[in-house]
Design a protein around this ligand. Structure first.
Ligand code: NAP
Length: 449
């Protein structure tokens, strides 16, 4: 069958737009993958015939539900819960839960769609999904967060299972929330099903290195990119946005690998510390006190707090956007490139806008997409599931060595696929094509379902 590839790609994208109105982030994520897949359709007309891409763009199931709960003053609150079970060709749906006021169906779908390819790249048997709520945990007491999590799980539990759908954390969902969610699941089902959630506490089924995994993994991925160019982190100035889970452990590993992180941020502004971010102070402020990044500058004499503004104004050789989607736009990319930035590694999901990616590419900046560079978190979640299934517990060293190996393998796969498909150095194309090919093969093997 002859396929007019550009027309076919257009047709698929138009249908996604028609069927999912108003879901801008989802459109953006699909567009980026489709732009890479033309080269695949050129070589594999069977994927056009079998509508494989169209099938992958349509979630297997989308669940939306009401989450009622009472705050500490006794006032009734209503939030909306989501779980998008996107694709189970490679294994149970796997992907985090996000609690943030900005959460809506389009954001959950973009994250779930990305997750399909990311999970495939890890080489682990996990499908793609994502979920969350527009609940804002910021400023809420522990008791309020617990009541919210219990109400959320009271609906979600019926869709989960260690062989069905296995959520983890994401923005606004850390160890505290996973604990409350797991407790409610156990209570309703009367099953101690460890493998139903990942990111659990170390004392009750959690795995060493899961907390550190996404940030560490992004640093390992960056190191692999540098190795190909005969370089390393040694002596490099690094800026990491955010100061949450991904950012904190990204900073930790970059420092261990010889780089210096001179700035990080939160939604209120950023801090610059020319001595390198003091991780102990940062962890105290962010992990224990749940405070603001400005508190860091109040405690560290060498640090300066800049309210609002762009952390990307701080000159660096390596930038690791690790806060949220579309946080690095083309103006920021232009500034980064002008200031001598040579590597951008996405710690967050889709933090770089499409036009910023183009600016970076045109300036010769090496760029790593999140679906490859931040896959360490979900890969280590799969290792947690493996330990739960075998009632085993690995050491920190063994788990970290597995993570490092997985990240190097993902890099190699993206790098080699980009070469094989005629775009050497294009890790976006490499990640999309390698991830897609693995999922597509399984989709075919399972028949038209
Ligand atoms: P987190 O612990 O909740 O931290 C998020 C950080 O980003 C906070 O410092 C937050 O600042 C900042 N942030 C969030 N929304 C923002 C906005 N609209 N503008 C400016 N700053 C904002 O979340 P995380 O787990 O580190 O996740 C960060 C990113 O990595 C997300 O894109 C997530 O999907 C991705 N990711 C996470 C994992 C994982 O294992 N955790 C794995 C793969 C990918 P405030 O506190 O001021 O809001």
């Amino acid at each position: 069958m002859h396929v007019d590839v550009p027309a076919k790609v257009h047709e698929i994208y138009d249908e996604v737009l028609r069927r999912n109105p108003g879901e801008g982030e989802f459109h953006q994520a699909v567009r980026e993958v489709l732009d890479s897949l033309a080269v695949v359709l050129d070589r594999h007309s069977e994927y056009a015939e079998m509508k494989t891409i169209e099938r992958i763009c349509e979630p297997e199931r989308q669940i939306i539900f009401r989450v009622p709960w009472q705050d500490d003053r006794g006032e009734v609150q209503i939030n909306r819960g989501f779980r998008v079970e996107f694709n189970s060709a490679l294994g149970p749906y796997k992907g985090g839960l996000r609690f943030h006021p900005s959460v809506n169906l389009g954001i959950v779908k973009f994250l779930g769609f990305e997750q399909i390819f990311k999970n495939a790249l890890t080489g682990m048997p996990i499908g793609g999904g994502k979920g969350g709520s527009d609940f804002d945990p910021k400023g809420r007491s522990d008791a309020e967060v617990m009541r919210f999590c219990q109400s959320f799980m009271t609906e979600l539990y019926r869709h989960l299972g260690e062989y069905t759908d296995v959520p983890a954390g994401d923005i606004g969902v850390g160890a505290r929330e996973i604990g409350y969610l797991f407790g409610q699941y156990k209570r309703i089902t009367n099953r101690y099903e460890s493998g139903v959630l990942t990111g659990k506490g170390l004392g009750w089924g959690g795995a060493l290195v899961r907390t550190e995994a996404t940030g560490y993994g992004a640093a390992f991925f960056a190191e692999a990119m540098m190795t190909v160019r005969g370089e390393s982190f040694e002596g490099k100035r690094v800026v990491i946005s955010g100061s949450g889970n991904v950012a904190v452990y990204g900073i930790e590993k970059v420092h261990q690998l010889g780089g210096t992180v001179v700035a990080c941020s939160d939604s209120g502004g950023y801090v610059v510390d020319e001595n390198g971010i003091d991780l102990e102070v940062l962890k105290q402020v962010k992990e224990r006190e749940r405070g603001r990044i400005s508190d860091y500058a109040d405690r560290v004499a060498s640090a300066e707090f800049v309210e609002g503004g762009s952390v990307w104004d701080v000159p660096c050789e390596v930038a690791v956007p690790s806060a949220t989607q579309n946080e690095l736009d083309d103006d920021a990319a232009t500034v980064l490139a002008r200031n001598g930035c040579r590597y951008v590694i996405e710690g967050a999901n889709m933090p770089t806008t499409p036009s910023a990616v183009k600016v970076l590419r045109d300036a010769g900046v090496a760029f790593a997409p999140g679906k490859a560079a931040n896959a360490g978190g979900v890969a280590t979640s799969a290792l947690e599931m493996q330990q739960n299934a075998s009632r085993d517990r690995w050491t920190f060293e063994h788990s970290e060595a597995r993570l490092a190996e997985i990240m190097r393998d993902i890099h190699t796969r993206c790098h080699e696929t980009a070469e094989e498909y005629g775009s050497p150095g294009d890790l976006v194309l490499g990640a999309n094509v390698a991830g897609f090919l693995q999922v597509a093969e399984a989709v075919h093997a399972h028949g038209l379902i």
